[in-house]
Design a protein around this ligand. Structure first.
Ligand SMILES: [Zn+2]
Length: 238
């Protein structure tokens, strides 16, 4: 298990000169195709994906299993590493009379390419970039990101703010306990590279989710600095 490094990251929440001097700068959200780094934990939790970093075309995560294994009536795929936490999340929600539905799970590179090409065709390249990840840039290719909505309800992106529904509010309060973090929080586009998505939850495990919550920064900010710091301290950690 990779040890986590919360203390230098807590400083990120307050823009002190010292913190900025000791932390490497977060890359701006330019549209590039730089290779995402190999994940030392082996389950995708450390992989930074944004408008800059992308997974290769042939990256397919290991251990893809249907969501049915977490108790959802759904055969879309996620990585098996998230099944225990996702099952616990679903069960905890049900105990609180909250019924969740997964609206999107693993997305292959080919699927992303097809989707992006569709939107480019409909809207043009610039508009498509604002609303859709270019192929390889989606966290959904990791198999550990899910789009969550209300069971039987409209798609969460069809609402003004799904976080204001009972189900969305439950996720905001509780998802971190089960290892899930919100990749694109409100008013964070300058550092997350994407607009607010209250439905898009990325699994990073319970320990890291608690650390990110405590740090009070979006996951991209945490992951970028964690990776950089770890690479300097411990380049051979498996
Ligand atoms: Zn998503």
């Amino acid at each position: 298990m990779k040890r986590l490094l919360p203390l230098p990251l807590l400083a990120l929440a307050a823009p002190h000169a010292d913190a900025q001097a000791t932390n490497p700068p977060l890359p701006p959200c330019t549209h590039e195709d730089r290779a995402a780094q190999v994940d030392p934990a082996g389950d995708g939790r450390f992989t930074v994906l944004d408008t800059v970093m992308r997974l290769p075309e042939d990256f397919v995560p290991s251990g893809l299993v249907p969501l049915r294994e977490a108790g959802f009536a759904d055969d879309r795929l996620v990585r098996d590493v998230i099944i225990p936490d996702l099952t616990a999340l679903r069960e905890a929600a049900e105990r609180d009379a909250i019924a969740l539905e997964i609206f999107s799970a693993y997305r292959s590179y080919a699927y992303q390419a097809e989707t992006f090409a569709y939107w480019v065709n409909v809207q043009g390249e610039e508009a498509a970039r604002a609303t859709s990840a270019r192929p390889g840039h989606s966290e959904h290719q990791l198999g550990t990101a899910i789009d969550v909505g209300t069971a039987g309800g409209p798609a969460p992106w069809d609402l003004d703010d799904w976080a204001l529904t009972p189900e969305g509010a439950w996720m905001q309060t509780n998802a971190w306990r089960y290892g899930f973090v919100l990749s694109y929080p409100r008013d964070s586009r300058d550092v997350t590279c994407y607009a607010y998505e209250p439905w898009h939850w990325r699994w990073v495990g319970q320990e890291m989710a608690a650390t990110i919550r405590e740090a009070g920064v979006p996951p991209r900010v945490y992951l970028w600095h964690a990776r950089t710091t770890m690479a300097l301290e411990d380049p051979h950690d498996p």
